[in-house]
Write a protein of this length. Structure first.
Length: 163
């Protein structure tokens, strides 16, 4: 019987985190050239002085098979912090073993420990895991549309003169 569990990533996991992000890009039908993150980025932003994210790793028999990259957000309406799941991914050979649920359970426990009132994530409309999310109580917010300002728009807007 396989032993599965979730643990917090450490600096020694930087390479596997980058590899999992690359595998996620393939799963999401994106070109690998879209993945810019490096091991140095992971070390700086995940384990450096100013931690911008944390990673939970799902393992089966001591082999990393999935991950969740999370960071704090804040709800002005709740007046409390929350957790945002940037990425949640389980390798194909380990799907259906409960690793995704274990990752989400670990995140829910962190949310409770930290006094967070909600956990947010975005899911691609074609992603078959949406049914799983609905079953465990994660709801689609159909009234909210995701928007993003990318690097070019940030640069242009930041350069606008303020009157």
């Amino acid at each position: 019987m396989s032993r599965i569990h979730v643990r917090s990533a450490g600096p020694e996991d930087a390479a596997v985190i980058v590899q999992l992000v690359r595998e996620l890009a393939i799963y999401e039908r994106e070109p690998l050239s879209a993945v810019k993150i490096s091991e140095a980025d992971v070390l700086r932003d995940g384990f450096g002085v100013e931690r911008r994210f944390e990673v939970l790793l799902a393992e089966r028999d001591q082999v990393v098979e999935g991950f969740a990259l999370i960071f704090p957000n804040y709800s002005t309406w709740e007046g409390r912090a929350g957790i945002y799941i940037e990425d949640l991914f389980v390798r194909e050979q380990a799907r259906g073993l409960g690793l995704g649920r274990l990752l989400l359970t670990a995140i829910a426990r962190l949310a409770l420990e930290r006094g967070c009132r909600r956990v947010d994530l975005n899911v691609l409309d074609w992603n078959p895991t949406r049914a799983f999310y609905h079953r465990i109580g994660i709801h689609h917010l159909s009234a909210w549309l995701p928007y993003r300002m990318g690097p070019d728009a940030i640069t242009r807007l930041a350069a606008d003169a303020v009157e």
